[in-house]
Design a protein around this ligand. Sequence first.
Ligand code: F7E
Length: 344
Amino acid sequence: MRKKVIITGISGQDGSHMADYLIKHTDHMIYGAIRRLSVNNHRNFEHLKEHPRFQLINMDLTDSHSITNAVREIEPDYFINFAAQSFVAGSWDYPIQTWETDSNSVLHMLEAIHMFAPNCRFYNAGSSEEFGDVEYSPQDEDHPLRPQSPYGAAKCAARHLVRVYRESYNLFAIQGWLFNHEGTRRGLDFVTRKISHNVAKIKLAIEAGEPIPSFSLGNLEAMRDWSDAEDMMDGVWKMLNNETPQEFILASGEMHSVREFLETSLNCAGITFKKHGKDDNEEYLTTDGQIIMKINPEFYRPAEVHELLGDSSLAEDELGWVRHHEFEDLVRKMYENDYKLLKG
Ligand code: F7E
C-alpha cells in the first residue's frame, strides 16, 4: 500500500519544498496541511494542487481536534511538522501565539501519534536558534540549548517534548537542528528575501531611470550559517528514514554577515555603492548619492543571536547528506528570482 505523509506548513518555504522532494523521490501520498484563511496563500504549492499524489487537508495547529482528526483518519506513516510561527523578531510581539504554535501544538501532534498512529515517524522542525547565545563554534549536536528569544525557547521546549515522547512510548520522533535556510520561497520578512526583493526593486528603478526606493535594515553584523532550503529536504528525509531516531544538525559550515549578504546582492545586481556614516547612522548610497539602504534601529532585536555556525559532519558521515549549493549561488538565485518576479 502507498505510504502516507502529512506535511504541515505546506504554504511555507520548507513544507512546499518537502512536498516537491517527496513527489520527485518517492511514490508516497502527500497530505499538505493548511489553515483556512480568507486570503489565498497557495503560491508555493499551486503547482502541486492537481497532482494525483497530493491532497490538501485542513488543520489549525492551535486546535488540537483538527490535529487528532487528521492523524486518526489518515493514519500517516510520516508526519513532518514544518508549520510554525518562524519569525524570530515577531516572537517578542506575539510570544503566546509563538508558544502555542511552536511548542503546544507539537504536544498535540505527539499525543495524536501516540494514540492513533504509534508507528508513524514524526519530524519536528528544530532550529539553530535553540543554541542562541553560543558557547563555542561551530555548534554540534552536543552544544547546550541557550535560546535568546521566545521563538528559540519554544523550539527548545518542543525538543524536550519530542524526546520525552520518544523515550516514554518508543516513538520514532525526532527534531533535527536546521540552521538558516533560504531561497525563492522565503517570506519577505526574513532578512535574505527582504534584501533580494529590495535590491531587485532598486535595480528596476535604476533601469527605468526613476528615483530609487530605499529600504532599511537592522543589525548588519549578525553572522548566520545560510544554506539553500532545497538542500535541507534530503537531510530531513534521511533523518526520518534512518535506522534509529537520531537528531542531526544540517548546516553549511560557513558563516556570513547580513552586510555580506547585502553587498553580494548589490554586486549580483551590478549596482555600484558607497557607504556613509557609522552604526545607527550608516547608509549605503548609489554613486549619484541616492539612498539604497539606511539603518533603522527598530529592526534591532531585544536580544540578538550574534553568530551561528553549524557543524553537520555527523549528518554527512552517518546519513551521507550532501549540500549542493554555495552561498554566492544562493544570493544570485534569490536576486534573479525577485528581479524576474517584479519585472512581471
Ligand atoms: O534574521 C538580522 C537579524 O529574520 C537574520 C528563521 O527561519 O532562521 C531564521 O531566523 C539576522 C538576525 O532570520 C534585519 O537581527 C538585520 O540576526 O532572516 P532573519 P533568523 O532570526 O536567523 C532560524 C534558523 C529559524 O529557525 C527561524 O525560524 O538578520 N537582521 N536586519 C534582520 N532581520 C530581519 N528579519 N529584518 C531586518 O531588517
